[in-house]
Design a protein around this ligand. Sequence first.
Ligand code: EPZ
Length: 422
Amino acid sequence: MDKIVVEGGVPLRGSVDVSGAKNAALPIVAAALLAEGDHVVRNVPDLADVRTLGRLLGHMGCTAERSAGDRRAVGIRVPRAVTPEAPYELVKTMRASVVVLGPLVARWGRARVSLPGGCAIGARPIDQHLKGLAALGAEIRLEHGYVEASAPRGRLRGAVFTFDGQTVTGTENVMMAAALAEGRTVLRNCAREPEVADLAKALVRMGARIEGAGTDELRIEGVQSLRPLDHTVIPDRIEAGTFLVAGALPGNDVIVRGGVAEHLEALVEKLRAVGAEVAPVPGGLRVVGDGRPRPVDVRTAPHPGFPTDMQAQLMVLLCLADGSSKITETVFENRFMHVQELQRLGADIAVDGKTAVVKGVPALSGAPVMASDLRASAALVLAGLAASGTTEVQRVYHLDRGYERIEEKLAPLGARIRRAKA
Ligand code: EPZ
């Protein structure tokens, strides 16, 4: 098992490139299950979660391989018949595997998918996924930890469905299923995340008829069949956001290349509020951490609100602010696991239910810390960069699920960071 070792207190300078978006690549690769043939998905990050999905498709009888000519492209071959099953062994390592459910039941008329279960940040039920598929006529049974779904007449049928709460993968699952359903579907209170809109774009490339991508209402005219996919995934706004926070740490000056400014508005607004300079430059955004940050209050929310996946990283910046900030986490019920680790670095944070009050301190000091989940681990790396002395981040397998060798991206900025055996 690896750890990341950071010698902090070195100013960061230079530019860093953003990879393709994990949370767009996963549902888009799964969408290949909707059509027999050879698909290509481009700008796919080389991450543990993507490899897990590749293994899952392999288990179903598909092949998913990086193409020799372009290492950022994944070629997926979907045969005439697949084994429509996602076993617990694979799903337990990556909850997002649940996005194969909609495509399987819509395309193959049945699916057996392990229930993902909870994770460090929350219970994360999939009731909305199942309610949406049931609205399209799927028969759903939960047995032995599996969702058994089937389309009684061999094909789902269009319907009007309103999600009780906005769910990213829930919207993705039901949208993919509706693409092959008979008739018209209207989905309301949908998630508006850029990754959902990118999936809708990919489905339209396959021949789907979808209107309203990026809004909270999707109108889908089901088609009889779809054609193989060739799509380039959007840049990862959360990876871009993580690097923007790194650049906003006091004394840093970083250009983040490849992020889509429109996808980062809520974060950039907060970075400017703390006093960082954020300006568009050709091909990216330049961020300068000008002195001690100012305190701000933040409330996470579904897109276009402040992303919950940036909450931990922004907390690091606010740990150094000249005053107190309030962070309210409204999306997940248990997403402050990084707080006790930041306290080990000398941060002053008090958590009360959904709210953390962060009293800024003049400086952090390095220490060994433990990652609990993907974004918490990124925050601990950022804290190590800002802290004096050495920080060792354990359990970086969390980090590798969503960041492509982050130490190799930060080192050219001058960061003294390396991977080592734990
Ligand atoms: C997606 O997870 C992302 N993952 C998460 O990113 C991200 O944090 C989350 O959206 C919110 O933006 C992927 O896209 C693979 P939700 P998802 O369904 O779809 C509740 C990362 O760090 N809910 O939008 O699982 C749920 O419990 C990861 O890259 C139900 O109650 O999140 C949560 O409180 C972490 N019933 C809220 O809704 C349901 O059926 C939002 O969850 C579905 C969700």
